[in-house]
Each structure stands twice: as structure tokens, then as C-alpha cells.
Design a binder for this molecule. Structure first.
Ligand code: NAX
Length: 332
């Protein structure tokens, strides 16, 4: 369309943003004819670095970029945005307790939730990436009076893309032929990567993953742990955390939410739980969803065996405990 959309990216001077911003400028997120105004927020120390990012956006000569705002001011950053991609967060420092991390981030996402309610477009769509992503999204959601709760999501698409790619590598097929792998729950090591509802398009036809890959030990064991620990494996190898792959996943998440998923295709998004599959209502929980007309719906009626039930319960329990800790800080 010819209407310019306003897109906020926080943590805009960070390493994920350094890939993400350029994906948006190219049109990978909102479509090849959608013009964007970028709102780039970081902390005051990083504003000079943001000036360099702006020079590079200019030097990329992107026709879709209508305007750019760089700021360390929350109100200015959140004003009139249609989409808010919240990447910036307090990183976990060595020796930091989990509770301290939750507290520091609860403070950030409370402020940003309020800013969404007070300054952003009434129907702003929000994606939280900064960790702990599910609970940060929940804090923003409960702090944003008047913004529809279903507009708050968190990123588990990187986990889904990792899972899909592991299946493709194991089966010796192209990743495009792997469908409907699901990530349940928290974006943490308790997440449950589930192949059971997925299938692979083989030359012989549509084949359940469990039939195409005849290695149940791998599917129940190393497949799950490889995906759960992939972030740590990237850090160990690169000495830096996942950045380009995170930016790709953020782009996929927003693209599918806004422009829709293909017929029959599920994608995983952290969204508010309606109690589906025995999860606790009100958590931001990763489910398989389908998207159409700018809205997602949780896929219903999937068969869940005892193996899956147990793993869904483990990640649900962790999210309940994170929520309790974070809400406690909010009420202090
Ligand atoms: P970087 O440390 O490179 O960048 C973060 C940027 O955020 C910094 O420039 C920092 O100044 C800024 N920032 C901090 N607090 C801010 C605030 N209150 N307002 C605005 N900006 C603020 O980290 P990067 O590698 O880009 O990762 C960003 C976040 O994504 C981290 O929290 C990381 O844990 C999380 N991730 C989440 C993933 C997911 O799948 N949900 C995967 C990738 C990534 O690890």
C-alpha cells in the first residue's frame, strides 16, 4: 500500500538489529511494496552508534524507507507506531541470579508496556525478542491498559526454524519440504520441539516425520536437546549469540502474522494462552498458530500423547514460576 507504516525496533544498536533493520528496509518483513518509517530506540550511550546505523541505511539506498527516527527517549520512540519489535533487554551478566534478571527486565517492559498504551497506535502489534522473552511480553501486556492482549507475542520462531532445519538435515531433504514442526512453551531450555504433527514432502508423497525418519531414539532424544541447546552451541562456537538467524526468525514471525500463513501451514508464536492443551490461561506460551487477515488462531485438536503432555507441563510450570516472580516485582 502507499500508506507508510511506523515500525519500532528497540535495542537498535545491538547485533540482532544490525541484521533485522536491513531485512525490514529490503521489504522482507512487510512486503516488497510497503513503505516504512523506522523508529530506532536504544539507551543514551548508544545513540552515537545509532547515527552510524542511519548512515548505513542511507547508504543502502532502500526505496521503501520513508523516514528514520533515532532516539533514546521512550515516548518519542513509541509514538504512533503500528508495529513494535522489542529486542533490547537487560542481558544476563555472569553470576546474576535468574530472579535479578527477571526483575531488571520487568522494570524495562513495564515502562514499555505503558508507552505502548499511551503513545502507540491503538492496534499496535508487539513482538518481544529480548529475554526472558515470554515473561517480558507478559509484563508488557499487563502494563498496557487498553491494548488488546492478543496483540502481544514473543519470538519462538528461531527455535522452530532450528527444529525444522535439524529435521531436514537428518532426512536429507530441503528445509522447504519440512512442515508443521511445533515449539511449545517457553523460549528457554524447557521448550518442547515437537515433530509428531509434522510431515515431509517426499517424492513418494506427504509422509509423517516419524515415518520418514526411522530413528525414534534420535527424534525423542538428540533432536529435542539439540534444538533446546542450540543457542548455547552458537555462543560456544561464535563467542557471540545468534544474530542473523534471530533477525531472520523475527522477519518470518512478523511477515506471517501480518501477511498470513500458507494453507495448512502452522508456525509457532508465543501468544496469550486460552488454556488450550492444558496450559495455564494468561501465560505467554508458544503454540502452533495459523495467521490470516492480520490475526492468528491457535491450532486446535492436535493429538497429544503422554510424552508430549509431560514436556508441555514442564515448560508450562517454568512459565508459571517466571510469571509469579516477575509479577511480584511489579507490585513492589
Ligand atoms: P545486544 O547486546 O547486541 O543488543 C541489545 C541492545 O539493546 C544494546 O544495544 C542495548 O544497549 C539495548 N538496550 C538495552 N536495554 C534497552 C532498553 N531498555 N531500551 C532500548 N534498548 C536497550 O543483544 P542482541 O544479540 O541483539 O540480543 C538482544 C536480545 O535478544 C537479548 O535479550 C537476547 O537474549 C535476545 N534473544 C532472543 C531470542 C529469541 O528467540 N527470543 C533469540 C536471539 C537472542 O538471544
Amino acid at each position: 500500500s502507499n500508506e507508510v507504516i511506523n515500525v519500532l525496533i528497540t535495542g537498535a544498536a545491538g547485533q540482532i538489529a544490525y541484521s533485522l533493520i536491513f531485512n525490514v528496509c529490503k521489504g522482507d518483513m512487510f512486503g516488497a511494496d510497503q513503505r516504512v518509517k523506522l523508529h530506532l530506540l536504544d539507551i543514551p550511550l548508544m545513540v552515537d552508534s545509532l547515527k552510524g546505523v542511519v548512515m548505513e541505511i542511507q547508504d543502502g539506498a532502500y526505496p521503501l524507507v520513508a523516514d528514520i527516527v533515532i532516539t533514546a527517549d521512550v515516548k518519542e520512540a513509541f509514538t504512533d507506531v503500528h508495529y513494535a519489535i522489542l529486542v533490547g533487554a537487560m542481558p544476563r551478566r555472569e553470576g546474576m541470579e535468574r530472579a535479578e534478571l527477571l526483575k531488571a527486565n520487568a522494570a524495562i517492559f513495564k515502562v514499555q508496556g505503558k508507552a505502548l498504551a499511551e503513545h502507540s497506535n491503538k492496534n499496535v502489534k508487539v513482538l518481544v525478542v529480548g529475554n526472558p522473552a515470554n515473561t517480558n511480553a507478559l509484563i508488557a501486556m499487563v502494563s498496557a491498559n487498553g491494548v488488546p492482549k492478543e496483540n502481544f507475542t514473543c519470538l519462538t520462531r528461531l527455535d522452530q526454524n532450528r527444529a525444522k532445519s535439524q529435521i531436514a538435515l537428518k532426512a536429507g531433504v530441503n528445509v522447504k519440504d519440512v512442515h508443521n514442526v511445533i515449539i511449545w512453551g517457553n523460549h528457554s531450555s524447557t521448550q518442547y520441539p515437537d515433530y509428531r504433527c509434522g510431515y515431509i514432502n517426499l517424492a513418494s508423497g506427504k509422509t509423517p516425520i516419524g515415518t520418514a525418519i526411522k530413528d525414534e531414539k534420535w527424534l525423542q532424544g538428540d533432536f529435542i536437546s539439540t534444538v533446546q541447546k542450540r543457542g548455547a552451541a552458537v555462543i560456544a562456537a561464535r563467542k557471540l549469540s545468534s544474530a542473523a538467524s534471530a533477525a531472520k526468525a523475527i522477519t518470518d514471525h512478523m511477515h506471517d502474522w501480518v501477511l498470513g500463513t500458507a494453507e495448512g501451514e502452522y508456525v509457532s508464536m508465543g501468544v496469550i494462552s486460552d488454556g488450550s492443551y492444558g496450559t495455564s490461561e494468561g501465560l505467554i506460551f508458544s503454540f502452533p498458530v495459523k495467521c490470516a487477515n492480520g490475526k492468528y488462531t491457535i491450532v486446535q485438536g492436535l493429538p497429544i500423547d503422554d510424552f508430549s503432555k509431560n514436556l508441555i507441563k514442564t515448560t508450562n510450570d517454568e512459565l508459571v514460576s517466571e510469571k509469579t516472580t516477575a509479577l511480584q516485582f511489579l507490585s513492589e
